[in-house]
Design a protein around this ligand. Sequence first.
Ligand code: GUN
Length: 283
Amino acid sequence: MAAEIINGKDLAQELRMSLKDEVTELKQKGINPHLTVVLVGDNPASRSYVKGKEKAAAEVGISSSVIELPATTSEEELLDQIHKLNEDSVVNGILVQLPLPKHISEQKVIDTINPNKDVDGFHPINVGKMMLGEDTFLPCTPYGIITMLKSRNINIEGKHAVIIGRSNIVGKPVGQLLLNENATVTYCHSRTANLRELTSKADILIVAIGRPNAITADDIKEGAVVIDVGINRLETGKLTGDVDFNSAVEKASYITPVPKGVGPMTIAMLLKNTVKAAKGLEN
Ligand code: GUN
């Protein structure tokens, strides 16, 4: 039987509606959530993601600003800019769009963001809190994935979750969040020797490789929950995930599509984190 499709676009829309109500209430209390995005250089994919974030923020009543800096910006100039945003009481959330030009250390930039404004959840303090299961900003894509699973009441406890990909943005943190939910977690990556042997044992398979249609029905277990994090643009201009949807949909129990899957959820969770950052001011 074909899998149920978890539509991230619809779920993200529902989340935005509920955030919009929350933002209206906050504004009545004099709290105006504000997100500042810093974009360095002119990577077209980054530019398009930033546009999506601005549009979604406006939809829920979160004001946003984008600071565009040239690709030639020095690391020192960027760190100065972040210090200014850290000090600016109007700014609740700071997001520096990655990747950055090669001459700038991404980790140094992330380390400089005030952890209380780190709506990406990338600062080492927030990563540490996440590992400890403490309340903090969760990284948006992993947070979106967990929210998608919970939206369908998919049982995580005791399940074998297999993650393909070990990036700091997706693979590592999504494994940690699944572990926090009592899954048994296996991490796979480019050096994994026996990939299919592992993926075919997964009850929950998270695919974040960055290669179009790399995972097919032959790699997955009958009835698995398949979450496709990939966003690949083919030469034809068509967007496709890391999973061969047409074959996998026949074998999985649940599957996320691309587009309209994890992508819109990432942005919705960013808005949720921005509201959380703004609410921090209430205390
Ligand atoms: N580039 C790709 N994904 C992300 C993300 O979640 N946050 C930031 N800041 N940059 C990204």
